[in-house]
Design a protein. Structure first.
Length: 163
């Protein structure tokens, strides 16, 4: 019942394929709870999320986080096209150690590019806090590498590693 208000924006079963709104399915429970609580507390700014989260107590946030963390990630396997091989290499080199191995960071494979670009822009302009490790990883990307990385992430299936 709690998640009924989330469907219009985040998609049925937490899957969102395009636009500036993220998919939630399969994200770690700790990341989801931390993010929802930050919206509620106002330490993370969103267009509507701050107002929506005001009405939820910790128990409800934990239930939402648990629910979405248990939903399956998009399991459709897609081989990496040659055009995204450079993006795959960049992801493995600069991103996977946090975004695949740490529970307090989002899983970004399969997330839509428009959402990812918006988050990165918010980090660059100070609208969203950028962790030091991510700032360091982003600082080494040159030229079109960020677009190559985003293209790989958007085209990559979430459940099965792209290869």
């Amino acid at each position: 019942m709690l998640s009924n208000g989330c469907i219009n924006c985040h998609g049925f079963e937490g899957q969102r394929t395009q636009g500036a709104i993220p998919s939630l399915a399969g994200q770690s429970e700790s990341y989801l709870y931390k993010t929802l609580a930050a919206y509620r507390e106002g330490t993370l700014k969103g267009t509507i999320m701050n107002r929506v989260m005001e009405g939820y107590d910790d128990q409800a946030l934990r239930q939402l986080a648990e629910y979405y963390s248990r939903l399956p990630k998009d399991s459709q396997w897609t081989p990496v096209p040659r055009a995204h091989e450079q993006g795959e290499r960049l992801y493995a080199q600069h991103c996977s150690s946090c975004h695949e191995k740490q529970t307090d960071t989002p899983y970004v494979k399969g997330q839509n590019a428009q959402y990812m670009e918006g988050v990165l822009k918010d980090m660059a302009t100070g609208q969203r806090t950028i962790p030091e490790g991510m700032a360091n990883a982003m600082s080494v990307l040159k030229g079109g590498e960020l677009q190559q990385l985003l293209g790989y992430l958007q085209g990559c299936a979430q459940e099965v590693p792209c290869q």
